[in-house]
Design a protein. Structure first.
Length: 75
């Protein structure tokens, strides 16, 4: 990043509920997702979550990390 430029990033936490599963989802949006440290961080994060999804559009990258939450049995 050059002088005077700002990096724009955003973290969104949400719960994704379906009939069969529940997930806590961390969505990370970053306009500059390059760099060795960030790739290493993703390698660690992938070991902690049930699934993940990466999408890129132009220089903007979004990473969704899904952590499974056990659902209580139905009564």
């Amino acid at each position: 990043m050059g002088a005077g430029q700002q990096q724009k990033s955003c973290l969104l936490l949400q719960v994704d509920l379906t009939a069969k599963a529940a997930h806590l989802v961390a969505s990370i949006n970053d306009e500059d997702a390059s760099g060795k440290n960030r790739k290493r961080g993703l390698e660690y994060a992938k070991k902690l979550v049930s699934k993940y999804q990466i999408s890129t559009q132009g220089n903007e990258t979004t990473i969704d990390l899904y952590y499974a939450i056990p659902l209580p049995p139905l009564k």
